[in-house]
Design a protein around this ligand. Structure first.
Ligand code: FBP
Length: 258
């Protein structure tokens, strides 16, 4: 995972929401353009960028370490969630990936398929000498609350046990319960998942601070950065917390600075 870290911490810019949510849900005239996001990844000093293979193939210029997401789904089908593999490890590597990502909906009636597929991907990634990163999102009928501390810790532990080098999990609501999730992940690095744009910058920065205080390695974030009116300032504020361990109020000053 070191490729994606700076002084042991990381901030990954996620941009696979066009497939996951559809362009009209998340994008505007600016952030619909992959070049705008890739430029942001460079100027915002992100330690990695996460793309589906189509965008990687047609836009990625190699300036920020790449994670290719190997599976995906749209939000059109109803029922128990399943995300299918759409890209191989080999293809990801040929596109310049230094890591691969895969989403598992833990608790879904289809979790067995995703667990099995991830097992194969993890083997192939490690043969290539690159990390396998698991987005572990408990979801489906059997999951009542996907941010409940015991569920978040379960996701983290599942990631360690299936061979993930890093897990991307939701924030459990407070630093203490998040630290249990981090402990549960063992040596697997833990990235907090950004989620929908928070109502205020302060709310989001508090979550990030809580995750970092709980021992997270960093943040994998999309909408809370590129839907922000000033994404680069938001990126600077986030990095003040992640890399410099600063308080939320200090980060907030940077986000609103003229
Ligand atoms: P965000 O920071 O925008 O939430 O991105 C993180 C991410 O995991 C993306 O990689 C993915 O497209 C999206 O969240 C999935 O969102 P959802 O929770 O709606 O499935």
């Amino acid at each position: 995972m070191d490729t994606f870290l700076r002084n042991g911490k990381g901030i990954l810019l996620a941009y696979d929401q066009g497939l996951e949510h559809g362009p009209s849900t998340d994008f505007n005239e600016k952030n619909i353009d992959p070049n705008y996001i890739l430029d942001m990844a460079v100027k915002g000093h992100f330690t990695g960028v996460v793309l589906q293979k189509g965008i990687a193939e047609k836009y990625y210029a190699g300036k920020v370490p790449l994670i290719v997401k190997l599976n995906g789904k749209t939000n059109l089908p109803k029922g128990e969630p399943i995300s299918s593999q759409v890209c191989s490890v080999e293809e990801a590597v040929s596109l310049g990936a230094k890591g691969v990502g895969y989403t598992i909906y833990l608790g879904s009636a289809h979790e067995n398929i995703m667990l099995q597929e991830f097992g194969e991907i993890e083997e192939a990634a490690h043969e290539e000498g690159i990390p396998a990163i698991a987005w572990i999102y408990p979801r489906g009928e059997s999951v009542k609350n996907d941010t409940a501390p015991e569920i978040v810790a379960y996701a983290a532990r599942a990631g360690l046990e299936i061979g993930a080098d890093a897990v991307k999990i939701k924030y459990s609501g407070d630093p203490k319960s998040f630290s249990w999730a981090v402990k549960s992940a063992g040596v697997a690095k833990v990235f907090m998942s950004g989620g929908p744009k928070a109502p205020t910058d302060e709310i989001f920065l508090n979550q990030v601070k809580g995750a970092m205080d709980g021992g997270a390695t960093g943040l994998a974030v999309g909408r809370n950065v590129w839907q922000h009116p000033d994404p680069l300032k938001m990126a600077t504020g986030l990095q003040e917390i992640i890399f410099n361990g600063k308080e939320v109020q200090r980060a907030l000053q940077l986000v609103v600075a003229q």
